[in-house]
Design a protein around this ligand. Structure first.
Ligand code: ATP
Length: 361
C-alpha cells in the first residue's frame, strides 16, 4: 500500500471476558487517529471466537473465522477465556494458539515501557522482547503431530525442545531490524551453559545474523542473570531476543517491572501478517464492569500500525501510531488511569481522554 492508497481492511475479534470492552476501546482510538492524520477509514471485519463463536458455530475457533483471517494482513484480537468453555470445546488448541500456528506467526514482540504518571519498579525501562513463538520448549508448537510432552510411565514425564536454524535466523532478523529503528542494541538470552546444543545453537545463529547488522551492538546473557539484570539495570536493555519459554517468562517480569499487566502490549507476526494481542487474559472477574484497562490492547494496535507502516513504507500509519502512543502517555501524565493502576477512570472514561488528546498533539 502506498501513501496514496490508504484504505485498510483489518480484522476485529472481540473474544471473551473484558475482550469486547477493550477491543471497542481500541477500535475507537484507532479510528480517530486515522481521521486525525487524514487516512481513509478502516474497513473492519468483525469475526467471532470464544463464547460467541460457540453459540453461533459450536466451536470456539470456527473455520469461518480462520478462513477470513487468511485474506487479511492484520487484525486485533481480544483475549479468550478457554478455561470457562465446556470440556468438549477445550480439546484442541486455544483460539490464539490455533491462529498463531495456522498462520505461522513466529515472532512475538512484547514491549515493556514505563510511563510517567504510573508507579513502576523500573521507571527507566523501555525495551522490547522478541520471543521466538513457533518452537523451543512449547509442547503445543514443536511437533508436526502429537505433543512434545509425554509420559513413558506415570512417574516419568519428558518434554522435547526444538531449535532449528531456520526459526532462529528469522527471529534474529526480526530483533535486529527492530533494533536498527531504536537504540541499536540487541541482547541474546539463552542458557547455553547447561543446554549447549539447543541453546548454544540459538546463541550462535543469533551472533551469525548479527554480522549482517554492523551498526547494532550485540551481547548475550544467561537467562538467570538476565532476570536479575532486568531488575538491577533495566535501562541497559533495548531489544532482547530469546526462545519461546524464556521470552514468555521474561516478558511478564518486564511488563510488571514497567507498570502492570494491564499495560503490557504484544504483536504476533509472520513476514506477511500481524495480530495485535494484549499480554493479559480475559480477566472474567472484572468483565462487564467497565473497569478494564484498555491500554495494553491500544498499544498492541500501535505496534500493528507500525508493523504495517514498515512493511508498506507508509508514513501516515506511523503518524497514526505515534499519535495514539502520545495521547496515551499524555493521559497518564495528567493523572487519568484505570483502577489496576490506582486510578479512578473507567474503561470508557480513559478512552475518551485518550481520544480527546489525539487531536491536540
Ligand atoms: P490467561 O491465562 O488467559 O492469561 P490469567 O487468568 O492468567 O489469564 P488475566 O486474565 O490476565 O490472567 O488476569 C490476571 C489479573 O490481572 C486479574 O486480577 C485481572 O483482573 C487483572 N487484569 C488483567 N487484564 C487486565 C486489564 N486489562 N485491566 C485491569 N486488570 C486486568
Amino acid at each position: 500500500m502506498s501513501d496514496s492508497e490508504t484504505r485498510l481492511r483489518l480484522g476485529l475479534i472481540e473474544g471473551d471476558g473484558i475482550g469486547p470492552e477493550v477491543v471497542r476501546a481500541t477500535r475507537a482510538v484507532v479510528d480517530d487517529a486515522f481521521q486525525v492524520v487524514g487516512l481513509d477509514p478502516i474497513e473492519w471485519v468483525t469475526l467471532p471466537i470464544g463464547h460467541t463463536a460457540i453459540a453461533e458455530f459450536g466451536d470456539p475457533m470456527p473455520e469461518q473465522t480462520l478462513k477470513t483471517l487468511e485474506g487479511l494482513d492484520a487484525w486485533i484480537m481480544g483475549p479468550h477465556d478457554s478455561a470457562s468453555y465446556a470440556p468438549e470445546h477445550r480439546t484442541g488448541l486455544p483460539p490464539a494458539g490455533a491462529v498463531r500456528k495456522r498462520f505461522d506467526l513466529f515472532a512475538n514482540i512484547r514491549w515493556a515501557r514505563a510511563h510517567e504518571g504510573v508507579r513502576a519498579v523500573a521507571p527507566d525501562m523501555d525495551l522490547i522482547i522478541v520471543r521466538e513463538n513457533s518452537e523451543g520448549l512449547y509442547a503445543d508448537r514443536n511437533m508436526h503431530g502429537g505433543s512434545g510432552e509425554f509420559s513413558p510411565t506415570s512417574d516419568v514425564a519428558l518434554a522435547v525442545g526444538v531449535f532449528t536454524r531456520t526459526a532462529i535466523e528469522r527471529i534474529a532478523h526480526q530483533a535486529f531490524k527492530i533494533a536498527t529503528r531504536r537504540r541499536k542494541k540487541v541482547t541474546i538470552v539463552h542458557k547455553a551453559n547447561v543446554l549447549p546444543r539447543t541453546m548454544g545453537l540459538f546463541r550462535d545463529v543469533c551472533y551469525e545474523v548479527a554480522e549482517e547488522y554492523p551498526d547494532v551492538e550485540v551481547n548475550d546473557e544467561h537467562v538467570d542473570a538476565m532476570a536479575a539484570l532486568l531488575v538491577r539495570t533495566p535501562a541497559d536493555f533495548d531489544v532482547i531476543v530469546t526462545e519461546n519459554l524464556f521470552g514468555d517468562i521474561l516478558s511478564d517480569l518486564a511488563g510488571e517491572l514497567s507498570g502492570s499487566i494491564g499495560m503490557a502490549a504484544s504483536l504476533n507476526s509472520s513476514d506477511s501478517q500481524a495480530m495485535a494481542q494484549a499480554v493479559h487474559g480475559a480477566a472474567p472477574m472484572i468483565a462487564g464492569h467497565n473497569r478494564a484497562n484498555p491500554m495494553a490492547l491500544q498499544l498492541s494496535a500501535v505496534g500493528m500500525l507500525r508493523w504495517l507502516g514498515t512493511r508498506d513504507s507508509h508514513s501516515a500509519l506511523y503518524r497514526a501510531a505515534d499519535r495514539i502512543e502520545h495521547a496515551i502517555a499524555d493521559t497518564l501524565r495528567a493523572g487519568v488511569a484505570t483502577s489496576d493502576l490506582g486510578g479512578l477512570a473507567s474503561t470508557t472514561e480513559f478512552t475518551e481522554q485518550v481520544r480527546a488528546r489525539l487531536h491536540r498533539w
